[in-house]
Design a binder for this molecule. Structure first.
Ligand code: ADP
Ligand code: MG
Length: 301
C-alpha cells in the first residue's frame, strides 16, 4: 500500500513539474518565479496561483496610475511569499497606494469652508524655490513650523496684497505642511462663511461656528471683501477673535486691504458708523498676527 501511495505521489509530482515547466516556457514568467528566490520544489506546487500573481506583477510593470489599476484589489499586488516550504499569497499595497493613503490621511487634517479644493495641493517646496520677494514670509513660515510645538504658540499672519498675488496659496501651503505634522486646520473663505452661517441658523450653525472657533490653525481668507453688518462684525468676528486670542490659537488672515483700510471698512455697516467696534477688532487682529505685505505679480492664469 505504501508503495502505491508513493507511486501516486511521485506521479503527482511529475504532473506538477510538467505544468510548471510548461508555464516556464514563457520567459517572463520564468524570470518572475525564479526571481522570487523560492525553492523550485516549492514553486512547482503553485503554478496556477503563481500565474495569477504574475498577471498582477505585469499589471504593475505597466502601471498608469491607481485610477486604472487592473489588479483584483486596487492598489494591491498579490505577492508570493515563502512560508515553511509553502507559499502564501499576500496582498501588498504598492508605492502609489501608500503615497495616496498618506496624502488622504494628511488631507483629513484640513477642513475647507467654501474654498477651492485644489489648494490642498499647495506646497511649501514650490513656494521656497519660487520667489525672492517672499523671503520674509518664507522666514516667518520656517520659524512658525519650528516654534509650533512650544507652549506659547507663534502668532499667525495678516497677509495683504493685490488680488492674485498668491496669498491664499502661501497660507494653504503652510497648513498642508502642518497637516503632514498632524496639526489640524480650517481654511475659511470669510465672505461666504457669513452667508453660510446665516443660512444654517436653524440647522448646524453652532456646530460650524464652534469648529472654526476651535480649529488649531485658522485662515480667514479675503477678509474685508464682505458686506459688513453689525451681526457679522459684532456677533461673529469679534467673539471669534476674542476666543482665539484667549486660547492662544494661531490665526491667519488674507486681505486685499491694509489694516487701516480694513478698519475703515469694518466701521461702516448697514446701520451706521461705529469706529470703536472696528478699532477693537483691528486691535485683536494686531495681537493675533504679524503683518506682512505680499508684493508679487498676478499669478492667476
Ligand atoms: P490671492 O489669494 O493673493 O488672490 P492665490 O493664492 O489665489 O492669490 O493665487 C493665485 C493663483 O496662483 C492660484 O491659482 C494659485 O494656485 C497660483 N499660485 C500662487 N502662488 C503660487 C506658487 N508659489 N506656486 C504655484 N502656483 C501659485
Ligand atoms: Mg485669495
Amino acid at each position: 500500500m505504501e508503495q502505491v501511495n508513493n507511486l501516486i505521489s511521485s506521479n503527482n509530482k511529475t504532473d506538477l513539474k510538467h505544468a510548471f515547466m510548461d508555464a516556464c516556457a514563457d520567459k517572463e514568467f520564468k524570470d518572475f518565479v525564479y526571481g522570487l528566490k523560492i525553492k523550485e520544489e516549492v514553486l512547482i506546487k503553485y503554478t496556477s496561483l503563481l500565474e495569477d500573481a504574475f498577471v498582477e506583477h505585469k499589471n504593475c510593470l505597466n502601471c498608469k496610475g491607481l485610477g486604472s489599476c487592473k489588479n483584483k484589489v486596487i492598489g494591491f499586488k498579490e505577492t508570493p511569499i515563502e512560508n515553511n516550504n509553502n507559499i502564501n499569497f499576500e496582498y501588498i499595497p504598492c508605492e502609489r497606494k501608500i503615497k495616496e493613503d498618506k496624502k488622504n490621511k494628511f488631507s483629513e487634517n484640513i477642513t475647507l469652508f467654501e474654498m477651492n479644493k485644489n489648494i490642498k495641493e499647495a506646497s511649501l517646496k514650490e513656494v521656497f524655490k519660487d520667489d525672492k520677494l517672499r523671503l520674509p514670509i518664507i522666514k516667518f513660515f520656517k520659524e512658525f513650523i519650528d516654534n509650533y510645538d512650544k507652549k506659547e504658540k507663534p502668532k499667525g499672519l495678516y497677509l495683504y496684497g493685490s488680488f492674485g498675488s498668491g496669498k491664499t496659496y502661501l497660507i494653504a501651503a503652510l497648513f498642508n505642511e502642518m497637516a503632514r505634522r498632524g496639526v489640524k486646520s480650517a481654511l475659511v473663505y470669510y465672505p461666504e462663511l457669513l452667508r453660510n452661517l446665516k443660512s444654517s441658523f436653524k440647522t448646524n450653525y453652532e456646530e460650524k461656528f464652534d469648529y472654526i472657533r476651535k480649529a488649531p490653525l485658522l485662515l480667514l481668507d479675503d477678509i474685508g471683501a464682505e458686506n459688513e453688518t453689525p451681526w457679522s462684525r459684532d456677533e461673529i468676528l469679534s467673539p471669534l477673535l476674542q476666543y482665539r486670542m484667549e486660547e492662544n490659537l494661531p490665526t491667519f488672515f488674507t486681505s486685499n486691504l491694509t489694516l487701516d483700510e480694513l478698519e475703515k471698512q469694518l466701521s461702516i455697516t448697514s446701520s451706521g458708523i461705529d469706529s470703536l467696534k472696528a478699532r477693537r477688532i483691528i486691535e485683536r487682529i494686531k495681537q493675533l498676527t504679524v503683518n506682512e505685505k505680499l508684493v508679487s505679480k498676478n499669478r492667476r492664469v
